[in-house]
Design a protein around this ligand. Structure first.
Ligand code: SAH
Ligand code: SF4
Ligand code: F3S
Length: 475
């Protein structure tokens, strides 16, 4: 038997613990689930031990990602048994892409789980909790006809404030590209764009509650073609221009893009819209035409390089990050050398790289010429070392420059704030807390492995600067 919460005069607020794995879409979805459960009497907690309801929002992209969920469920099973002894029942829900891909299999494999809910059914969570209470278990992995976004609740102003000055807004979900290695088209379904008015209403709500930076997200965000207020489909370019008009929005980003859908209108936004940050995550996966074709990426190495060139011409300050897969079935040494060469040619400001992981139901998993673990490890190591050098070089080249920094929160040391550069690098600066939510120029003085340190350039805003404190911050 499981219990769900309903607000009542007597009952204490139930605690909800949500853990997100995988991509930004899951982070966003987790928040929308929390917002939808808030009126049901659930308050979020960061401590799983305090939770009455645990939601694991899972990722199925690689085998390791999916495995993580089962080890976490093992720990939760123990916790659930312990609290049951104390007379407290914990409800455990599995959401996200593993839920969609494995469905009822999860209930069989992990008896601690009470509820399985796929990404398109999050609006049904309150009803599913009731069903789990009634029937012991509940599962919903439909792709319902109704649009979940019409039912998910918006965050309260307090929730928005607690989450900080930068927020995600989903504008597009799902994918029709069917890269041969990828589960996303199966777990997230067909590509669907949200209507422009809905996106604007959400962005305006966030801006009014203090959000200053919005990242428009989608599995294939630049394939956006949502219906505009005039009834015609809008491009992402047009949407970006419109979101930039919202009072309070200082910065815009969008992710993740597919190289094939970078059209001229989007390139022009990078030239014309100062609010759009000069940073783009543009996954390429491989530098070999043969591998790109086998992956069904629908573009060549030169197509990719051309897109990069056009964007650099439109916005000379732009920097790129990317994703790579090594050891895709049939990848030869020569194919891999072409990937290395592409990385050298483009000079990325960072990238994620992964060993190919065969995913059940995808065409590449059936390919015969799978690459051995040893070769994959060696290639991954070489690629990551190169990418790390490029990241380091990029951070080091930031020293001596002046960046606009959007301050997000207090730093680890008294009097210190942490913000983000246009390139998403964390920047630590001595500054007063009234600068949180503001974009202020800072001169970059030092770099550590993953972040920058600097001082406010505008002396009117500058907090007293203590070199000893900065020295501690470096330690
Ligand atoms: N929509 C994005 C990618 C989303 S998945 C795009 O089109 O590029 C995020 C990254 O995970 C991918 O870019 C890819 O590098 C990696 N990935 C996806 N499937 C994988 C698999 N089966 N094995 C290893 N890495 C994978
Ligand atoms: Fe997966 Fe390819 Fe779609 Fe990206 S474009 S989500 S890699 S199928
Ligand atoms: Fe993972 Fe699903 Fe995102 S598989 S990467 S959580 S779309």
């Amino acid at each position: 038997m499981v219990e769900t919460a309903r607000p009542s005069g007597m009952s204490r607020p139930r605690k909800l613990y949500v853990k997100s794995y995988g991509c930004q879409m899951n982070v966003y979805d987790s928040r929308r689930m929390a917002d939808t459960l808030a009126p049901e009497g659930f308050a979020e907690t960061e401590r799983i031990e305090d939770a009455d309801l645990v939601i694991l929002n899972t990722c199925h992209i690689r085998e390791k990602a999916a495995d993580k969920v089962y080890s976490e469920l093992g720990r939760i099973r123990q916790m659930k048994a312990d609290t049951a002894v104390q007379g407290r029942e914990i409800v455990v829900a599995v959401a996200g892409c593993v839920a969609q891909a494995e469905g009822a299999e999860i209930l069989r494999r992990a008896p601690a789980v009470d509820l399985v809910v796929g990404p398109q059914s999050y609006h049904r969570l309150p009803e599913l909790l009731d069903r789990a209470k009634r029937d012991g278990k509940a599962i919903d992995t439909d792709f319902p006809a109704e649009d979940k976004f019409n039912f998910l609740k918006n965050p309260t102003r307090e929730a928005v404030r607690a989450r900080g000055v930068s927020a995600f807004v989903t504008v597009q979900e799902g994918c029709d590209k069917f890269c041969t290695f990828c589960v996303v088209p199966y777990t997230r379904g067909a590509e669907v764009s949200r209507p422009v008015v809905k996106i604007l209403a959400e962005a305006e709500h966030l801006a009014q509650a203090g959000v200053r930076e919005i990242t428009l997200i989608g599995q294939n965000v630049n394939a956006f073609h949502g219906k505009g207020p005039d009834g015609t489909p809008w491009t992402l370019a047009r949407l970006l221009h419109r979101v930039a008009e919202i009072p309070g929005i200082l910065r815009l980003r969008y992710t993740t893009s597919h190289p094939c859908d970078v059209d001229d209108s989007l390139i022009a936004v990078h030239r014309d819209l100062p609010q759009l940050m000069p940073q783009l995550h543009l996954p390429v996966q491989s530098g070999s035409n043969r591998v790109l074709a086998a992956m069904n990426r629908r573009h060549t190495r030169d197509d990719y390089l051309r897109v990069i060139d056009k964007l650099r011409t439109a916005q000379p300050a732009i920097e790129f990050t990317s994703d790579f897969i090594v050891g895709f079935p049939g990848e030869s040494d020569d194919d891999f050398r072409q990937t290395i060469k592409l990385v050298v040619d483009v000079r990325f400001a960072g990238a994620y790289s992964f060993k190919y992981s065969p995913r059940p139901g995808t065409p590449a998993a059936e390919m015969t010429d799978q690459i051995s673990e040893d070769i994959m490890s060696a290639r991954l190591q070489e690629l990551q070392a190169l990418i790390d050098r490029q990241l380091k070089a990029f951070n080091e080249a930031s020293v001596g420059k002046t960046f606009d920094v959007l301050f997000e929160k207090a730093g680890r040391y008294p009097g210190q704030l942490v913000g983000r550069s246009p390139y998403l690098q964390p920047v630590h600066v001595m500054a007063t807390s009234d600068l949180i939510g503001k974009v202020v120029r800072a001169h970059i003085t030092e770099t550590t492995a993953f972040s920058l340190h600097g001082a406010l350039s505008d002396t009117d805003n500058a907090a007293p600067r203590s070199s000893s404190l900065l020295a501690t911050a470096e330690a």
